[in-house]
Design a protein around this ligand. Structure first.
Ligand code: FES
Ligand code: FES
Length: 164
């Protein structure tokens, strides 16, 4: 580890997918860059890097956030979940399985963000109808226009998540 510190660096502990990581970060570093470049968790994608596409969506304390607009130092001590933390061993999260079952992607670049947003959407109670799903998933863009399949996937997973 680089032992030099500057007024712009801080040593922090980041809790990601149930594991604590001691890292040194520039105080201006976004959570997206920290996840990808410091921790090697590249499932969260950088599409626009300015809050407009949703490709970087992750969960902080179970709620969806845009990692490209979140400062790493601001989430120290909070529980962060990325797409890498959804599966339990060989068992995919119901939302991951539903995206496969409904062919809800083409290139896949938006998919991790779609899945993280979709899980939060169901938990928020915003997946009551196709119209609601489209509205509350509208921050997640898909250049491949897989939208009808994504709505179908959310509906399937919602039923499984609600059955618990
Ligand atoms: S990369 Fe974060 S919203 Fe586009
Ligand atoms: S699957 Fe290609 S951008 Fe959504």
């Amino acid at each position: 580890m680089d032992t030099r510190t500057t007024p712009l660096t801080r040593d922090i502990t980041l809790s990601v997918n149930g594991t604590d990581h001691a890292i040194r970060v520039d105080t201006r570093m976004t959570l997206l860059d920290a996840l990808r470049d410091k921790l090697g968790l590249t499932g969260s994608k950088k599409g626009c890097d300015q809050g407009q596409c949703g490709a970087c969506t992750i969960h902080v304390e179970g709620e969806r956030h845009l990692a490209c607009l979140t400062l790493t130092v601001a989430v120290e001590g909070l529980h962060i979940t990325t797409v890498e933390g959804l599966a339990e061993g060989e068992s995919l999260h119901p939302m991951q399985q539903a995206f496969i079952d409904h062919d809800a992607f083409q290139c896949g670049y938006c998919t991790s963000g779609q899945i993280m947003s979709a899980i939060a959407c169901v938990r928020e109670g915003h997946a009551g109808s196709d119209e609601d799903i489209r509205e509350y998933m509208s921050g997640n863009l898909c250049r491949c226009a897989a939208y009808p399949n994504i709505v179908a996937a959310v509906n399937q997973a919602k039923n499984e998540m609600e059955r618990g």
